[in-house]
Design a protein around this ligand. Structure first.
Ligand code: NAP
Length: 438
């Protein structure tokens, strides 16, 4: 019997577990650990609450968790409840699928003001991540600035723009639904340090901005090169840019909210008395190599909320090599060290779609299978039985999948009309609903 541990129960973790199950059949036991009592990582806490069709992939992960060879163990924190060396002592291989849940800092003066929020925190707040349940972002001002030209910037702009009626069918958590319903924000400026042809936004997500009930996207036609330039773009990017060109060509409507795309705008500083009042921006031009260059011309964008959507980092784990500059585990094709692997964003950095994680997981499973052929001699490692004993000694109370299903049932039962669930946002409440703790 082979024993494998996968750390993290988001897409990368589940695709790896799925691949290992397919490779070894009944010849392996796979434990999928998560620091929270609830599974699915990015699917639950990253994917926007109004993108339920994307979240449906969790059903595939559920099937994996219910396989006889797999176990989900929530509420187990690597680094606190168990060390990496202990796991490597118990399991034949350990796969880090810990994602990239930390915000990259803007690194400009004023980025520490309350009201300057990273997208991991802001998205975590409206998606009910326990770490951000108390964030209370300031929504009482008229204007918000969103820094970055990726899909996360679009998610944040859309969520800030929607009316309560537009959240029907979503699983946005009650605290965010109520706060956004009272929001005074009318102007949302999305700032990109490069131009409209250099965006990292995909067509479907960009197109959604054109169908908002109360908000209109605005783009300055002067920001575009001549239309012939689009021919050099790949087809997906061409579609995205076509949306931007449509936004630029549209006439202004009576809609009370505006989503302004401010291109060639590099943030320099955030100023304000105890909270953001303005973002100081430098105009840039695009160099031949596609990078942005400063012009020295600066201006101020009024705003009382700043959300930076400039990418994420993987948290370091004691005992695991870590590359500070890249913000992830250094690895060669997923191999971090002897019998230790990384998959997904912990391996590649925060890029790609959910599906990109599938080949990642399968590739690492192949490497593990090459190291431990199915018919090879048993290593004698104790696997899950050993982990259970260790956790019991430490007073750690793991949440197995059937207890997660109790939590899920409680969330479904608490859903407001038209919503699929009302997520529990406190770890204590999750544990209680799962039949754990007092
Ligand atoms: P992203 O796609 O890497 O975009 C990051 C943006 O931030 C880029 O426009 C980048 O500009 C900009 N940026 C980086 N550092 C900056 C700085 N210091 N100052 C100003 N701007 C800066 O990251 P993301 O939006 O966080 O998305 C992460 C991944 O999740 C992506 O693969 C994304 O497609 C995916 N995602 C998908 C969906 C969906 O499919 N619905 C939704 C959300 C996220 P430069 O290009 O100039 O570096």
């Amino acid at each position: 019997m082979r024993h494998f541990a996968v750390i993290g129960s988001g897409p990368a973790g589940f695709y790896t577990a799925e691949a290992l199950l397919k490779t070894y059949g009944v010849g392996a036991r796979i434990d999928i650990l998560d620091r929270l009592p609830v599974p699915y990582g990015l699917i639950r806490f990253g994917v926007a609450p109004d993108h339920q069709s994307i979240k449906a992939v969790a059903k595939r992960y559920e099937k994996v968790a219910l396989e006889p060879g797999a176990r989900f163990l929530g509420n187990v924190h690597l680094g606190a409840d168990v060390s990496i060396d202990e796991l490597l002592g118990l399991y034949d291989a350990v796969v880090l699928a810990t994602g990239a849940p930390n915000d990259r800092r803007l690194g400009i003066p004023g980025d520490d003001l309350p009201g300057v929020i990273g997208s991991a925190a802001f998205v975590g707040w409206y998606n009910g991540h326990p770490d951000f349940a108390d964030l209370a972002p300031p929504l009482d001002g008229d204007a918000a600035a969103i820094i970055g030209n990726g899909n996360v910037a679009l998610d944040v702009a859309r969520i800030l723009s929607k009316t309560p009626a537009e959240f029907v069918g979503s699983d946005i958590v009650a605290h965010a639904f109520e706060a956004l319903g009272q929001s005074a924000i009318r102007t949302i400026t999305i700032l990109g340090r490069r131009g409209p042809l250099q965006i990292a936004m995909t067509p479907k997500e960009l197109g959604e901005l054109g169908h908002l009930e109360q908000a209109q996207p605005r783009v300055d036609p002067a920001d575009f090169p001549p239309a012939e330039a689009d021919a050099a773009l790949d087809p997906g990017q061409r579609k995205s840019v076509a949306h931007l060109r449509d936004f630029a060509a549209a006439t202004a409507t009576e809609k009370p909210k505006r989503i302004i795309f401010d291109f060639f705008a590099r943030p320099l500083a955030i100023e304000g008395d105890g909270r953001p009042e303005r973002l100081i921006v430098e105009r840039t031009v695009l160099g031949e190599d596609g990078t942005s260059h400063a012009t020295g011309e600066t201006y101020a964008v009024p705003c009382s909320l700043v959300v930076s959507c400039i990418g994420y980092a993987t948290p370091a784990i004691p005992g695991v090599p870590y590359d500070d500059r890249l913000g992830r585990f250094p690895n060669e094709g997923g191999r971090v060290a002897d019998r230790l692997y990384a998959v997904g964003w912990a391996r590649r950095g925060p890029t790609g779609t959910i599906g990109t994680n599938r080949p990642d997981g399968y590739e690492v499973a192949e490497q593990i299978a090459a190291l431990f052929p199915a018919e090879s001699e048993d290593s004698g490692r104790r696997g899950g039985g050993g982990l259970d004993a260790l956790l019991a000694l430490r007073g750690c109370d793991p949440v197995p999948f059937d207890d997660w299903q109790k939590i899920e049932a409680a969330e479904v039962a608490a859903a407001r009309d038209g919503a699929p669930r009302e997520k529990l946002v406190r770890v204590g409440d999750m544990l209680k609903a799962g039949g754990h703790g007092a």
